[in-house]
Design a protein around this ligand. Structure first.
Ligand code: ZN
Ligand code: ZN
Length: 377
């Protein structure tokens, strides 16, 4: 298994150092771009540096707490190979790690292991909570099985764990505006320009998120939440090859770092999708409209039309371009639509960040229990 804590690594697809924690090609800190960065001489990239110790301290507690609760992998060594190991006197299932032999009782009784997804779709949401004042915002990531529609993992950037200062979100009053333009090609271009205007590519300013005075826990930088989110998915689903994501550059970075082994062997695909869906029931074929190039990296995007529906699709790591026709963010759209119909959710804005997070996690279970409406097998 790759080191789940490596974060100061090259994140360039095609570079021999992709995901490697150390390399003779690295030098740091490098301030050429105005922030402390790692310089990878092999590909010329400057990924922003993280405080590795603080990231490790937070992530290890985060992984352990998740595993202790869910039982999907070992809370000590993160090994996924476990066996049922008898029951407690109360009748709850105990689990033993095959690797380090640790025995524990997950708080949630382990369900039948779900069918492994072939592709994961991930989108961010901004949801309100009551903090120091009303209308504070949580940054939420939800990942679904793109084919079956069930939720695989949901994270918010609220954490109840001890957190170093460098991992905390700091709002400076300059919220990135939602990109608005009637033309989808222009929107993709403006979004790329937005990434460049950030103090560094992974430093999103999405709005105010101040906890109640003396509130327990912390609000993390969304990029940290993304790294934690995808590392849990990586431990659970190490062989995933296809990732479909909203147009957000640090989601790309977190995915390519978590599954770096596959990407180094050219075994993975990451697709950006931008959609404009006015008729979600349309079932006529999509028609290819041409390609355009956008952003710092001059990524190639394909434009597709289906009646009044539009989408733009970008293969970030090569991948079979003929697949673009089939790709969408439909499973997350379905979930978000469902979420807004749940009273537990629509009444959650006056609650604390921790409480909103709990409600979202419990709604995730409700959704998966009723998702048979989508799950075909
Ligand atoms: Zn590199
Ligand atoms: Zn173990």
């Amino acid at each position: 298994m790759t080191n789940p804590f490596a974060i100061n690594v090259c994140k360039t697809f095609g570079c021999r150092n992709l995901g490697l924690a150390s390399s003779a090609d690295y030098s740091w800190p490098d301030y050429k771009l105005g922030y402390p960065a790692l310089h990878c001489q092999a590909c010329g990239s400057y990924p922003p540096l993280f405080d590795e110790q603080q990231f490790r301290d937070w992530l290890s507690v985060h992984l352990t707490a998740y595993a202790a609760e869910k039982g999907h992998f070992c809370p000590s060594c993160y090994c996924k190979e476990t066996i049922f190991y008898g029951h407690n006197p109360q009748g709850t299932q105990r689990i033993q790690c095959r690797s380090c032999k640790k025995v524990w009782t997950p708080k949630q009784q382990p369900a039948r292991e779900i069918t492994h997804p072939r592709s994961i779709e991930t989108v961010p949401l901004l949801l309100p909570f009551q903090g120091a004042s009303a209308g504070q915002k949580l940054y939420v990531l939800v990942s679904l099985d793109a084919a079956r529609g069930n939720i695989l993992h949901l994270s918010t950037n609220y954490t109840q764990h001890q957190t170093g200062d460098s991992l905390r979100y700091c709002y400076r009053g300059n919220t990135e505006p939602t990109v608005q333009h009637s033309d989808i090609v222009q929107r993709v271009d403006m979004r790329e320009a937005q990434f460049l205007r950030r103090s560094q590519f992974d430093e999103i300013q999405y709005g105010s998120a101040v906890l109640k005075r003396n509130g327990k826990g912390a609000i993390l930088r969304p990029v940290i939440t993304a790294h934690g989110h995808f590392r849990i998915l990586k431990i659970r689903f190490p062989d995933i090859k296809t990732h479909i994501i909203s147009h957000e550059c640090f989601l790309r970075g977190a995915i390519i770092t978590a599954w770096a082994d596959q990407f180094r062997q050219q075994q993975g695909e990451i697709w950006f999708i931008e959609e404009e869906i006015s008729d979600s029931n349309a079932d006529t074929p999509w028609h290819f409209q041409g390609t355009t190039y956008h952003g710092w990296w001059k990524n190639q995007w394909q434009r597709w039309e289906q009646g009044k529906n539009r989408k733009m699709v970008c293969a970030l790591t090569g991948g079979n371009n003929s697949k673009a026709k089939m790709l969408s963010l439909a499973t997350s759209r379905h979930f978000i639509h469902w979420l807004h119909q749940q009273t537990k959710f629509t009444h959650s804005a006056p609650l604390s960040a921790g409480r909103v997070t709990q409600i979202l996690l419990s709604l995730t279970q409700d959704y998966n229990n009723c998702a048979s409406l989508l799950i075909s097998d």
